[in-house]
Design a protein around this ligand. Structure first.
Ligand SMILES: Nc1ncnc2c1ncn2[C@@H]1O[C@H](COP(=O)(O)OP(=O)(O)OP(=O)(O)O)[C@@H](O)[C@H]1O
Length: 291
């Protein structure tokens, strides 16, 4: 199968076309720590030429993207596309081989403390301090952020209520279900009221009522000027929830823009399958139909 190619029509301004995006060395034209072309329309997240290789495997192959401030941005892609690796590099969790990332104009790798103050992160697969109770874990996240105890206590109570975890506030996180763990990790990411939320698969394992709850929290967060980036496999959810979307496959950006631009009249799911290279067939599984 031929590798999927980026569709240039799907990268309208202000979202950068991958083929015209500045290359990593352009960042050197700016003063240290400042991202090029920042003011006056500073994107919430701006990444340029991010790349990462694990041994012989190129996980991310030069991704450039601007996430407008105040947007609800979905990142979609097949398994192993490079979403988690890209978001990890963009949020300071994994050092890129090449490229830069800036949050509201602050370079993540040159001014990490400042950049991290602006972000709330729900990483995928990162261990939590699960021998704390849910309440202790969110409290710890708030104190780590340098917040005073009184504010932390008020916000912890609000977040436990919003996540419907009040009854389990005193339970150790190690004894939480997968969905409860996701919710307590999300609460920990929200406690310092960041300007940008980066959420890797936030709805995975979360029940529908809790998911609706979380969506409404995120909607009002965006309505009040915050920016949310979510990675997800659930196209329907991204189409309904997000106003912008980027499609990633094989470590490359295939399309980015508003959801309507990217789906171009089709459903996002159909467009995704078309961009990524068609449905996988079931040849070779005849034995599965022989009983
Ligand atoms: N620490 C690592 N060591 C080796 N290979 C890795 C590592 N992390 C990721 N990879 C590889 O890089 C590629 C991209 O992985 P990544 O987790 O970023 O994809 P993803 O789009 O988030 O996938 P999924 O949707 O399945 O979570 C995959 O081929 C994966 O096997």
């Amino acid at each position: 199968m031929t590798a999927p190619q980026p569709d240039p029509a799907l990268h309208p301004d202000p979202v950068m076309r991958p083929d015209t995006a500045p290359q990593p060395d352009h960042a050197l034209d700016s003063p240290p720590g400042l991202h090029p072309g920042a003011a006056p329309q500073v994107p919430a997240l701006s990444i340029r030429g991010l790349a990462k290789r694990f041994g012989g495997k190129i996980a991310v192959d030069g991704i450039s993207l601007d996430v407008p401030a105040g947007s609800f941005y979905g990142i979609v892609g097949p398994n192993g596309a490079g979403k988690t690796t890209t978001l990890s590099m963009a949020t300071g969790l994994l050092r890129p081989d090449f490229g830069t990332a800036a949050v509201h104009g602050v370079d993540v790798w040159q001014r990490p403390l400042e950049a991290k103050r602006l972000m709330g992160i729900l990483p995928d697969g990162v261990r939590l301090f699960d021998r704390l109770t849910g309440e202790q874990l969110i409290t710890y996240a708030g104190l780590l952020r340098g917040m005073d105890r009184e504010t932390v206590a008020t916000r912890v109570a609000d977040l436990l209520a919003a996540m419907d975890l009040q009854e389990d506030a005193g339970t150790l996180v190690v004894d939480y279900s997968a969905g409860m763990t996701k919710k307590i990790a999300l609460a920990s990411a929200l406690i310092h009221a960041p300007r940008l939320l980066v959420l890797d698969e936030p709805f995975e394992a979360v029940d529908p009522v809790s998911a609706a709850n979380i969506r409404s929290i995120l909607d009002s967060y965006v309505a009040s000027g915050g920016t949310v980036i979510v990675s997800s496999h659930v196209m329907d959810l991204v189409q309904r929830m997000c106003d912008h979307v980027a499609v990633v496959a094989n470590g490359r950006l295939l399309a980015a823009g508003t959801v309507d631009q990217v789906r171009a009249g089709a459903s996002l799911e159909d467009r995704f399958v078309q961009l990524v290279g068609g449905r996988s067939h079931t040849e070779g599984l005849e034995w599965l139909r022989t009983f």
